[in-house]
Ligand binder design. Structure first.
Ligand code: PMP
Length: 431
């Protein structure tokens, strides 16, 4: 018992203690948070579809038609007509031969990465990839090489030294805590040169970037060039669940080897039908994607007026990096008191010393709401003792880390060692 209390006390001491907050009502731009009305600036309901009447109706109808639960895993008796229908629509949307539904994005990443990273092989993973990819690497029998964030030289170096053992490169398209986009074209080129596969997690790209919200892979003109695109249904598509879009052979391989697909109950029919309705709405109303991007631009402009450094983000995710965990929490609390909810994100979700408020825009925010929110955040930061613009400039910190890592790399040589041990520190950080 006392060990548990000790651990909780330690988290409190470090400013890393977490508790869930409660939202009453649906995930709209304005919600009631623990009894207080606030502007919601940290929901991934990017397109405002989670509470759209057509999505709600589709989910309710599905509950009446197919029931609430799928009752079994996909390979037993859990594959229902509604699953197949959504898989076909998602494949058409992503321009792939097949799409395979998973219970969540977490499960999809764990399943895909572990299925493709076999024993004796190497998985190459960006150091800021989502925790589900990190856990997929842990479950995979392959070794993991963590490359410096978006550092193509480091990735190329790792690929050269893997001596033909490379299995795949895996990356988020939009990084969930930084809002920047992976250099997908270079990643695909390197993958082709070294004959490894590419897996791209479009959790925050699907519905948000690219033509009609098809994602960052489409935006980069790489349709058909990526082996597996993972997307979630719980963010822009307003429901719950996820999918892997790929060719038929890959889908068959995943059906036979992705453990979360095989050993977990199929997604519930109401969530699947809700996502299907959301996908239809996205295809009918692509202006939602433009509105989301315009809102992100407005938010960045307004935050810059308050002195915040927002240059790293190019998407609907805008981080305000303040550094210290307790300071981030304090600013978050003060902003809530003033009616704006932007959750503080602390280690281990982000690296030590880069705690931040992670702002997530929605297409349903209005410009004036965003202008007011930026002022609230500016005032809250000042009151907490943080002067915007004096925080950790993330890009500069990254450049310094990249220089340090490049200097520490052994020179290229055909017999150069591939030192996974030395990489362990980065694996721990990415966790
Ligand atoms: N990948 C990324 C980049 C994410 O941000 C998330 C969720 N935060 C996931 C995967 C997991 O998706 P889900 O919430 O559907 O499990």
């Amino acid at each position: 018992m006392s060990e548990i209390h000790d651990r909780l006390d330690e988290l409190k001491e470090l400013g890393l203690f977490r508790r869930t907050r409660m939202v009453s009502g649906p995930q709209g731009p304005r919600v009631v948070l623990d009894g207080k009305p606030v502007l919601l600036l940290c929901s991934n309901n990017y397109l405002g579809l989670a509470d759209h009447p057509r999505v709600r109706e589709a989910a309710a109808d599905a509950a009446m038609r197919w029931g609430v639960g799928a009752g079994a895993s996909r390979l037993v008796s859990g594959t229902m007509t509604v699953h197949r229908r959504l898989e076909e629509r998602l494949a058409a949307f992503k321009g792939t031969e097949a799409a395979l539904l998973f219970g969540s994005g977490y499960l999809a990443n764990v399943g895909v990465v572990s299925a493709l990273g076999g024993a004796g092989r190497v998985v190459f993973s960006d150091e800021l990839n989502h925790a589900s990819i990190v856990d997929g690497c842990r479950l995979a029998k392959a070794d993991t090489f963590i490359y410096q964030h978006c550092d193509m030289e480091h990735l190329a170096w790792g690929l050269r030294h893997a001596e033909g053992r490379g299995a795949l490169i895996v990356t988020d398209s939009v990084f969930s805590m930084d809002g920047d986009v992976a250099p997908l074209e270079e990643i695909v080129q390197l993958a082709r040169r070294h004959d490894v596969r590419v897996v791209v997690d479009e959790a925050h790209g699907t519905g948000c970037l690219g033509p009609g919200g098809r994602g960052a892979v489409h935006e980069a003109g790489l349709e058909g060039e990526v082996d597996v695109v993972v997307g979630t249904l719980g963010k822009a598509l307003g429901a719950y669940g996820a999918f892997a879009a790929c060719d038929q052979a890959m889908a068959q391989l995943l059906v036979n080897s992705a453990r979360p697909f095989i050993f977990s109950t199929a997604p519930p029919p109401p969530a699947v039908a809700g996502a299907l309705a959301a996908l239809e709405l996205l295809e009918e109303q692509p202006h939602r994607v433009e509105k989301l991007q315009a809102n992100a631009d407005t938010m960045r402009d307004e935050l810059a007026k308050e002195g915040f450094e927002v240059a790293g983000s190019t998407t609907q995710i805008v981080p305000l990096v303040v550094g210290d965990a307790k300071l981030a929490m304090r600013i978050c609390e003060l902003a809530i008191e003033r009616g704006v909810f932007a959750q503080a994100i602390r280690p281990p979700t982000v690296p030590e010393g880069t705690s931040r408020l992670r702002l997530a825009l929605m297409a349903s925010h209005t410009k004036s709401e965003l202008r007011d929110a930026a002022q609230v955040l500016g005032r809250s930061a000042l009151q907490a003792g943080f002067r915007p613009g004096t925080g950790v400039p993330v890009a500069a910190a990254r450049d310094a880390a990249a220089r340090e890592s490049a200097a520490a790399r052994p020179a290229d040589s055909p017999a150069g060692p591939f030192d996974f041990e030395a990489d362990a520190a980065r694996v721990a950080r990415a966790a």
